[in-house]
Each structure stands twice: as structure tokens, then as C-alpha cells.
Design a protein around this ligand. Structure first.
Ligand SMILES: [Zn+2]
Length: 183
């Protein structure tokens, strides 16, 4: 995925700068033609991995695959929120998540839960997850995500990815949403 060719082909920068569009969503029919799940460029919201040039305004480009279930599009939106929150509210985000260090865990290998109270977790690690994508784990954990410390299991979000992502997004602090849209 050559983002700069894509921007030029569809005249994206002039549309962003004129206010005609705010962001770009690429939907593809399978494969990896959609590029990254999300990327961003602009004066204060730059994701270096895609190499996408700045249009002059902050802009997100999402990459979705319409042959897959829709919870995976929400998953991509979740990674975008992680990026935006870490970008502008890093220490607050890391405390709120409290499990971001788990991203370096090997896939498909269970790791013990942390002791004590955890936060809201992240897109790969719900508060009680023992491995990546562990949305259906019934283990008990103490979490303060909802605003008070309570024992939770996956039943609080319905033990599936869609339910977890909706639950997770519902506790995102309101002041992070402006970062989510690149403002
Ligand atoms: Zn992911």
C-alpha cells in the first residue's frame, strides 16, 4: 500500500484541506490491499510506519476488509484510539489501560494475570485476558475500569470481541475523542 500514491490518485489532500472530508476509509475485498488497520499524518498526529505524507491537516486513514466480521473493523478503530490516546495523553492512557506492556507477550502463550487492581485493558488484552485476543476468559479480576473497583469476568461484556470493544469504548475518557478525530 503506497499511501502517497493513494492520496494523489483520489485527490485526498485537497479534499481534507477544503473540509470536504475529515478522514479516509479504505474497504477491500480480502487480502492486504487495505494497508494498515489505521494510519495518520499531519502536523501533530503522525504515524511514522506508513510513510504517509502530511496533507497539512491531521488525517486518519482506516483500512478495512469487508469479507471479515464487523467486530474486526471495530478492532481497528480501537487500535486507532490506543494510538491517539497514547499520542496526546500517554501517562493517563497507560494508567487507564494498565496492561499495555502485555502487547510484547508472545501470541497464544498464556501469561499470569497481574496482582491487584487493573484498569480497562486494551484491544488485545481485556482486563482479565491471559493472552492476545482473549475476549471470552471467565477468570475473575479486580478492575477499576467502570469507575469503582469491582470483580469482573468476561460476562460483563458478553464474552466476545464485539461486546468487549463496545464496553471498552464506553469507558474511554471523553477528552480523548478529540485526539481520536485528529483535533
Ligand atoms: Zn489488533
Amino acid at each position: 500500500m503506497d499511501y502517497n500514491t493513494f492520496l494523489d490518485e483520489f485527490n485526498i489532500c485537497s479534499k481534507v484541506n477544503s473540509g470536504e472530508i475529515d478522514e479516509t476509509w479504505i474497504w477491500v475485498n480480502g487480502g492486504d490491499g487495505a494497508g494498515f488497520e489505521y494510519t495518520a499524518s499531519g502536523p501533530s498526529m503522525n504515524d511514522p510506519y506508513s510513510g504517509m505524507k502530511s496533507c497539512g491537516k491531521n488525517m486518519f486513514v482506516m483500512g478495512f476488509d469487508y469479507t471479515r466480521t464487523w467486530d474486526l473493523a471495530l478492532h481497528s478503530m480501537g487500535h486507532r484510539m490506543e494510538f491517539a490516546a497514547k499520542h496526546n495523553h500517554q501517562s493517563e492512557y497507560l494508567g487507564w489501560d494498565s496492561r499495555n506492556h502485555r502487547y510484547s507477550s508472545p501470541y497464544n502463550t498464556e501469561v499470569p494475570l497481574e496482582n491487584g487492581v487493573v484498569g480497562c485493558g486494551n484491544i488485545h488484552f481485556p482486563p482479565n485476558a491471559k493472552k492476545h485476543y482473549d475476549y471470552s476468559n471467565s477468570a475473575n479480576v479486580q478492575s477499576n475500569c467502570t469507575g469503582s473497583t469491582q470483580t469482573i469476568t468476561c460476562s460483563i461484556w458478553g464474552c466476545n470481541q464485539e461486546g468487549f470493544l463496545k464496553w471498552w469504548f464506553s469507558y474511554v475518557p471523553s477528552n480523548w475523542w478529540s485526539s481520536f478525530v485528529g483535533k
